[in-house]
Structures are given as structure tokens and as C-alpha cells.
Design a protein around this ligand. Structure first.
Ligand code: 16G
Length: 252
């Protein structure tokens, strides 16, 4: 097989040129997720470059999330991350179905509790004596992606208590049983090292990076009905936002 040779006269360093070629192979599915890529030695031979160049190119693509390196086993094409636009309010089931993945939910806790004092809105806005606590492990094609702990308004949503949320969508049940339609949400993210209990549930090493997310979601009458604390796997997600320059018009 012929391999395109890199151009030493090109102003781009050789490792960038090599990374571009490998990235294209992944993007065009010549190399597919889970496939082992050739060894360093093979890449050196195929592209007529030094080991250092190959190492730098592979390191760059590991950094970008295209490749994953497993010491002692080799380097593999990574599963693409789940890209989620943050300008649109969606639920997990809807997100996964839009990507052709099978959404799943394992219910870990589903009960009525006294609102904890950490809850930002429950007392102040709704003044509820009870809230519904729903803790779930969320899966896509059977793989754990997130742990979500939702505190849901009892007054607005108590009808969900008769429903089954195992592998079902909360937002679909809320619409059906309570006429609660998620209409807007305030969400914040921070990066953190995964705590031990969540790491066990997510099947990732304790301390692996996760996105710690808080969301308050409002219904069609602008009443808050859920407050969610969740841990999303940092190796599986990209959150993407479109930003507008409002009012600068290129002037200071
Ligand atoms: C998302 C939401 C969560 C919501 C869930 C409903 C984030 C960070 N969280 O995971 O607040 O409860 O969707 O999904 O986006 P469901 O309808 O599949 O149960």
C-alpha cells in the first residue's frame, strides 16, 4: 500500500502534517472507533519519519480525543464524544435518541424526602414540605455516562410517583402525567475529580475528570420543577456553545 509522504519543505512541522493525515483517516472512517492503529515502528516506516515525530503526532491526537493510548496494549481510535449544544434544552433520552444511541436509566433512589437545606429553590420559591428525590445512572447503549440526582417538585409532579422510570424518560413522564413541559433551564458546570461512589457507578477510576453540573429547570409557566446535581463523564462529552458578540461592533 502507498502512503502519502510528508513534505519537509512545508512550513508546518512534520508531526502536525502527520497528525493531520491520521485525523483525516479517523474523520473519514478509514480507521474506526475501537480499531488499533499501527505501531510507532510501522508508522515510522509508512510515513518515512522519525519515532519522535510519530510520538508527537500521536500525543497531539490523544490530546484532541481522536486516539486513546493503553500502556502495554497499544493505541486505539477513540469513540467520538457526545457533542451537546448548550443553547437548546433537551433531556438525556432525547439527546441519545438523536444520536442513534439506546438511552437507559437505572433507578438508584426514587422516594419522597424533606428538601435538603442545600436545595436552592425549594423553600424559597415553592415552599414545599416534601420533594421527590430521583437518583439515576444514565446509560447509552448500555455504557454508563452520567449519575443524576434530581430533586423534583412534589406539588407539581407527584403523579410521577405512580410511574416507572427504569429505562424511561423523566421528561416524557412529566409531560404525560403532570402536564409539566420543560421550557427553560439554568445550568452550570465545573470540572472535578470524580468522587469514589460516582466513579464506581460510572465504571471509571476514582479521581478521573468529570463535569459536575447543576441544573434548575422551569416549566411552561416558569415555575421551577427540578433541581439536578449530576456527574457527567469528562472523557465522553463535549458541550458546545454558540456565542454572539453583543454590542462591541469591533470598537472598544
Ligand atoms: C438531562 C438533564 C436532567 C434531566 C434529564 C431528563 C443535564 C445536565 N441534565 O440529563 O436535568 O432530568 O435530562 O432526561 O442535561 P430524561 O427525560 O431522559 O429522563
Amino acid at each position: 500500500m502507498e502512503f502519502p509522504l510528508l513534505d519537509p519543505k512545508n512550513r508546518l512541522p512534520l508531526y502536525i502534517q502527520l497528525a493531520d493525515l491520521i485525523r483525516t483517516k479517523v474523520q473519514e472512517s478509514d480507521w474506526i472507533p475501537g480499531e488499533q492503529i499501527p505501531t510507532e515502528k510501522e508508522l515510522c516506516g509508512q510515513y518515512q519519519v522519525s519515532r519522535i515525530t510519530v510520538r508527537q503526532a500521536v500525543a497531539e491526537l490523544v490530546h484532541e480525543g481522536y486516539l486513546e493510548r493503553y500502556p502495554g496494549r497499544g493505541t486505539f481510535v477513540a469513540e467520538p464524544r457526545i457533542e451537546q449544544r448548550i443553547s437548546r434544552l433537551t433531556g438525556f433520552t432525547q439527546d441519545m435518541e438523536a444520536r442513534g444511541k439506546r438511552p437507559g436509566a437505572r433507578v438508584l433512589q426514587f422516594q419522597v424526602v424533606v428538601p435538603p437545606s442545600t436545595l436552592p429553590w425549594a423553600y424559597r420559591l415553592l415552599d414545599e414540605e416534601n420533594v421527590i428525590l430521583l437518583k439515576r445512572l444514565r446509560l447509552a447503549d448500555g455504557e454508563p455516562l452520567a449519575v443524576e440526582m434530581s430533586y423534583i417538585s412534589y406539588n407539581l409532579c407527584s403523579a410521577i410517583l405512580d410511574g416507572n422510570l427504569e429505562d424511561r424518560s423523566l421528561y416524557a413522564l412529566l409531560a404525560e402525567a403532570c402536564n409539566v413541559i420543560p421550557s427553560r433551564a439554568i445550568q452550570q458546570w465545573t470540572a472535578m475529580a470524580c468522587p469514589p461512589d460516582e466513579a464506581r457507578l460510572l465504571s471509571i477510576p476514582r479521581g478521573a475528570p468529570v463535569l459536575h453540573i447543576y441544573r434548575t429547570t422551569y416549566n411552561q409557566f416558569d415555575q421551577p420543577f427540578e433541581w439536578v446535581e449530576s456527574y457527567y463523564r469528562g472523557d465522553k462529552y463535549i458541550f458546545q456553545a454558540e456565542m454572539q458578540n453583543e454590542g462591541m461592533n469591533g470598537r472598544r
